[in-house]
Design a protein around this ligand. Structure first.
Ligand code: HEC
Length: 187
């Protein structure tokens, strides 16, 4: 074989994607319930206020151990974004999504189709989550409760942005500003 053809062949062999070493096990749904949601909840609760019989209690991490515990959740959330992106991970093993009875919720097969149709967009949504989680991490390392609160809002927005694209794109959005305006206009 002429060397020219040989190098072409080699090139073709090199451009084949290597078989993945990942073995996705949990579904996206399971990752949401077991990893993403608990980690986010812990971050949101870390800086929050609670109304009790004794009055409003303000929560925030104070001791080294408390800050470290919150940090673990921020690390978990940032890396969970990568877990979501592993090729071959199924949306659901049960095909029974939460809130399936609510109008506008897609089926697991529809969510799967939407993700597979544009992996790049799904990756962008996951990266949004990672960016927000990293902000939480920076706030924690600076021991800055207020910044952690702001990062928490960004995390919430990142969850919502992905869910509205893949989970409930047809769900009715709350329309409260409109009736308020109408009420103001009514004599
Ligand atoms: C990159 C996309 C993406 C991001 C970011 C994301 N989710 Fe999800 N999530 C999904 C998809 C898709 C579903 C619907 C299918 C399913 O249930 O897995 C879902 C479903 C869920 C469910 C329902 C699980 C069930 O039992 O059916 C919960 C709870 C959830 N997400 C929480 C969160 C929280 C909290 C965040 C942010 C901290 C978040 N998700 C961020 C894609 C995302």
């Amino acid at each position: 074989m002429k060397p020219r053809y040989l190098s072409l062949l080699l090139l073709a062999a090199c451009s084949q994607p290597a078989p993945s070493e990942f073995r996705p096990d949990a579904s996206i749904q399971e990752l949401m319930a077991s990893v993403v949601d608990p980690a986010a909840d812990a971050l949101w609760e870390a800086v929050s206020s609670e109304t009790t019989a004794q009055g409003v209690v303000e929560h925030q991490p104070r001791t080294d151990a408390e800050w470290l515990a919150v940090r673990h959740h921020a690390v978990t959330l940032a890396e969970a974004a990568n877990l979501l992106l592993i090729e071959g991970r199924k949306v659901s093993h049960t095909n029974q999504l939460e809130d399936a009875h609510v109008a506008g919720i897609l089926t697991a097969a529809e969510v799967q189709k939407k993700i597979d149709a544009d992996r790049q967009l799904f990756a962008e949504r996951a990266h949004d989550l990672q960016l927000a989680a990293r902000e939480a991490l920076a706030a924690i390392d600076a021991r800055h409760p207020q910044r952690l609160l702001v990062a928490g809002e960004k995390i919430d927005a990142a969850c919502e942005r992905c869910h509205i694209t893949y989970w409930y794109p047809n769900a009715e959005q709350p329309k409260w500003p409109a009736p308020l305006k109408q009420a103001a206009a009514t004599p």
